[in-house]
Design a protein around this ligand. Structure first.
Ligand SMILES: *Cc1c(COP(=O)(O)O)cnc(C)c1O
Length: 237
């Protein structure tokens, strides 16, 4: 299967889920590109552009984002998201190659990003990452911390809150997985109400290869898909 065929198949899954669950708005397919080469990333970005789809690629590591960014940016209007945790000492590198950080989960990171973005005279887009499954291994703030983090981002002149992100519960139990996605939607709806903006102004980045239908059922506006498009990841090490 080529990357382009993978994109077509996943788009079919997205559209089938949208009609099944009555999801009127389109869902952005973000390609989770960890471990893929610059050439593969560029091929994937071109395939999205050829189909008239938004060109959004997500990287887990700043180093991978840096090394693939020149190839990805050959495609007009490409957008690169960081979907893995951001260490403080990598912030400047991240700001050089990333358009949006999906993994903001602490007040400290909000403050540090605001300072560095302001030095670069840029407005950085961010998602707040929430641990909605309660699994200890997962990155993200706790649901209780969301209101204060939303406020912290709102008070940061160089950051713009674009939405929320979660990595769902890893399980075959549909009800349990959907509960974690529903939780993110509720947090988004609360935030929209407090900020007096439309819910649709705040994205919901949730759902991966194995469960994107369940995420769409709960209102995902962005799904992050890797293996269903690129095939299995090479073993690390
Ligand atoms: C790898 C990854 C994905 C995509 O996972 P697949 O199962 O390969 O689709 C999505 N989100 C994050 C944060 C990831 O690290």
């Amino acid at each position: 299967m080529t990357v382009a065929e993978g994109i077509d198949r996943v788009r079919e899954r997205i559209d089938a889920a949208r009609s099944r669950y009555g999801h009127a708005d389109d869902v952005t397919l973000e390609l989770a590109a960890k471990t893929r080469t610059p050439e593969t990333c560029r091929e994937a970005a071109r395939a999205l552009a050829e189909r008239g789809l938004p060109v959004v690629l997500g990287h887990n590591r700043v180093q991978e984002a840096l090394s693939t960014a020149p190839a990805i940016r050959e495609v007009p209007a490409a957008s690169i998201h960081l979907i893995g945790p951001l260490q403080k000492n990598k912030i400047n590198h991240a700001l050089n190659c990333v358009d949006l950080v999906e993994t903001v989960a602490s007040r400290e990171l909000v403050e540090e990003l605001d300072i560095r973005a302001s030095r670069n005279c840029m407005k950085l887009q961010v998602f707040l990452q929430v641990n909605t499954s309660g699994e200890a291994s997962k990155h993200g703030c706790s649901p209780e911390d969301v209101p204060s983090l939303v406020e912290a981002v709102e008070l940061s002149p160089s950051l713009r809150l674009e939405g929320f992100m979660t990595v769902g519960l890893r399980s075959d139990d549909e009800a349990a997985v959907r509960r974690s996605y529903m939780r993110l939607r509720e947090l988004r709806d609360d935030a929209a109400e407090r900020l007096a903006v439309a819910e649709s102004d705040l994205q919901l980045s949730m759902g991966m290869s194995q469960d994107l239908e369940w995420a769409i059922a709960e209102g995902a506006t962005v799904v992050r898909v890797g293996t269903a498009i690129f095939g299995p990841r090479p073993a690390i090490g």
